[in-house]
Write a protein that binds this ligand. Structure first.
Ligand code: ATP
Length: 682
């Protein structure tokens, strides 16, 4: 919403006038000058018909009168100074299709600080006048004419003294239009002032005064009869044609225009206060109705993180089953015919003992008598590779480790296990490689129970490493645990961003925000109520993600839950503010693209797919400024390393997310200040 400049020396002492506009200027750009020295006077208790061709600036003018837009220069003086003394009916209906009539009346009534009984009695009276029936009917299911009449009911509900009606009869049949005009005339007789715009020029004959607007100025302002008499015609349409032809519009000289705009514009309408409990309650009530009517969206947003965490844990990091490798064992006819696999039994060949450990690692084996066959099967994709034990493998390996220096190349070859793998799949080939090494390690462990001096044991003990307990983490390393912090953080930020941007955009597109702001609601109340709704959803989302991840799927969680929870909550809050910032700065489509960019960049550049350490130093510096990079690292460090809040890594994570929250708030404030954003794009 644009701010409205309020200067104290412009009082609303304007005698019998309800509205005075003095020397008004307004342009959207150098090519769209809408008001160019515009003057207008509306007497109290009269109907003022504002006429002009489409696009001449009627809506812009009305929006300046109600304090939604600001003039570039000039003065607006009103006999009233509070927004709630104005009843504004926008050109578009700007009401929720999903709400029923009672809910809509209840919302707007509360915005105007009316009590429930008052809302009901006045609402029913108006409904009768406008010939509308059940209050339980959904607004969206009313006919076009009924919707327009109901929109007028909403405008009249709080009995305002100044009514501003933007094309109230557009698209209505003549009978309904006539009944609306009759009612408007009754209101004027009761002392209300009405400004009405219409495309139907002849309809405006019923107004007390008519203002003919063209190219940013008022061509004439008088009673319909006076206008027709002065032009010597008997229809308003002809009069308008003559006046337009006589008017020599000059192209606006922008330098002159800018000089005019040196002095600030003024208006006597007050800005809505920052916070008013009743209006906030109205907004919360609206959010409640909205959530019930759009339960699918609420359900999706609440369960999106749960569903994703479930899928993540169920699908990623699991060991692929039925990984088959081929075995060619020239030492003994395959498969090994031994009943027991006693590791200490020296009569069992070493190849059989090793094959047994491989089976224990969950790999399935396919035996071949010929290397050629094993190779062909592997090329066709029936196995992930094959290994070959040579003849006398056990004997040769003993020699290799007892007396390797004197061995021939041929014997050395016989003491090796040849492995040929399908390396086209990175994950599976690395997994099989790891399993083969692990089965070798297990073979070694099992041998410990046998003769410790055996030469075979010495094979196992050839590596000069003693692997000790890890500093952080466990031997049972898992990609899912690595991604744990990232998945929670991305869901925490993205789902709140999505929900906020979606609901604010829906409100902007329906025109509901514009209409509510004209009814006195403040931007702070809109954001606060949206934030509260979002906060409740966020608590549910984060709570359920934590329970699933750390209780059900037992991801490492070494720290106290307070700081990790607080960090994810801040990430959610950041998503909410980013949602505000983008939805008030950009339109719906751009907001969607920004959301997608946010997730993609975070996934690919934020150290989620691959460690940051592998990135080019310039890219690494850039990624630090993404919303989640540092806070994901902080969360991972708290959970897996038990680092506290004072550790620099954790501290930087908190600082980074707080910085992004501040950045989003700043963008929101700047957008609201410099752009007329709480408006549908025309
Ligand atoms: N937010 C905006 N940004 C840029 N241009 C705008 C904006 N709002 C209106 N305009 C332009 O200003 C001019 C006046 O528009 P406005 O809606 O005030 O006219 P109008 O007389 O109410 O038209 P209509 O009778 O068709 O509703 C139009 O050329 C319109 O395109």
């Amino acid at each position: 919403m644009e701010d409205v400049n309020l200067t104290s020396n412009h009082t609303n002492d304007i005698g019998n006038k309800a509205v005075m506009i003095i020397d008004a200027y307004k342009a959207y750009s150098s090519s769209i000058v809408v008001l160019n020295g515009f003057n207008m006077n509306v007497e109290k208790g009269t109907i003022y018909g504002l006429l002009g061709p489409s696009g001449c600036g009627k809506t812009t003018l009305l929006s300046c009168i109600i304090g939604q837009s600001r003039l570039d220069a000039g003065h607006i003086k009103l006999s009233i100074n509070k927004k709630k003394d104005i009843g504004y009916m926008p050109q578009e209906l700007a009401l929720y299709n999903e709400f029923n009539i009672l809910e809509t009346l209840h919302y707007f009534g509360l915005l105007y600080e009316m009590c429930y009984e008052d809302i009901i009695s006045k609402g029913e009276k108006l409904m009768k006048i406008m010939e509308l029936s059940s209050v339980k009917t959904q607004f969206g299911s009313l006919s076009g004419g009924q919707q327009r009449r109901f929109s007028l009911c909403v405008t009249l509900l709080h009995e305002p003294s100044l009514l501003i009606l933007d094309e109230p009869t557009v698209g209505l049949d003549p009978i309904i239009s006539a009944s609306i005009w009759e009612y408007i005339k009754d209101l004027a007789n009761c002392g209300k002032t009405i400004i009405i715009t219409t495309h139907y020029i002849e309809e405006a004959r019923q107004a007390n005064t008519i203002g003919l607007m063209r190219k940013g100025v008022l061509l004439s302002e008088a009673s319909p009869v006076e206008i027709m008499t002065s032009c010597n015609v008997d229809t308003l349409e002809s009069a308008f044609l003559i006046l337009s032809q006589n008017h020599n519009a000059v192209n606006t000289n922008m330098d002159v225009y800018r000089k005019k705009c040196i002095h600030p514009s003024t208006t006597t309408i007050e800005k809505s206060s920052f916070f008013e409990y009743t209006r906030f309650k109205a907004q919360m009530l609206k959010n409640w109705y909205w959530s019930i009517r759009n339960w699918e969206i609420i359900f999706f947003i609440c369960f999106l993180p749960i569903f994703t965490v479930l899928i993540f844990n169920i699908t990623i990091g699991r060991t692929p089953s039925y990984l088959q490798i081929g075995i060619v064992n020239n030492e003994i006819p395959s498969p090994c015919p031994y009943e027991s696999n006693n590791i200490c039994d020296n009569t069992i060949p070493l190849s059989c003992k090793y094959i047994h450990e491989i089976e224990n690692q969950g790999l399935s084996l396919k035996y071949y008598n010929d290397v050629k066959l094993a190779e062909e099967d592997s090329i066709r994709g029936h196995t992930w590779g094959f290994m070959q034990f040579k003849q006398n493998f056990t004997d040769m390996i003993k020699v290799r480790f007892d007396d390797a220096m004197d061995m021939s190349v041929d014997d050395l070859e016989k003491s090796s296990i040849s492995i040929r793998m399908d390396m086209s799949d990175f994950v599976i080939s690395k997994l099989i490689e790891g399993k083969l090494l692990l089965s070798y390690r297990d073979l070694a462990i099992n041998f410990k129970s046998c003769n410790k001096n055996s030469s075979v044991v010495s094979i196992i003990r050839t590596l000069p490493f003693k692997i000790m307990q890890p500093v952080h983490g466990s031997f049972n390393i898992n990609i899912v645990f690595y991604g744990s912090a990232a998945i929670i953080s991305i869901l925490g930020l993205y789902s709140t961003f999505l929900f906020t941007a979606l609901s604010i955009n829906m409100d902007i597109n329906s025109g509901m925000i514009e209409r509510s702001l004209a009814s006195g609601l403040s931007i702070s109340e809109i954001f606060l109520s949206q934030f509260l709704l979002q906060f409740v959803i966020m608590l549910f989302q984060i709570g359920s993600m934590f329970i699933l991840q750390f209780v059900v799927f037992k991801h490492p969680f070494l720290s106290s839950p307070i700081w990790p929870f607080a960090l994810v909550l801040l990430q959610g809050i950041c998503g909410t503010f980013l949602g505000f910032a983008t939805s008030v700065t950009f339109d719906e489509r751009l907001t969607t693209f920004i959301g997608i960019c946010l997730v993609m960049s975070q996934v690919f550049l934020g150290g989620i797919m691959w460690p940051l350490e592998s990135m080019h130093s310039i890219l690494k510096t850039i990624t630090v400024f993404l919303p989640l990079t540092l806070s994901i690292e902080a969360l991972r460090s708290m959970n897996a390393r038990n680092w506290d809040i004072f550790h620099p890594t954790v501290m930087h994570g908190f600082q980074s997310i707080l910085g992004w929250i501040l950045f989003s708030i700043t963008i929101t404030i700047l957008s609201l200040k410099f752009k007329s954003v709480i408006k549908r794009t025309k």
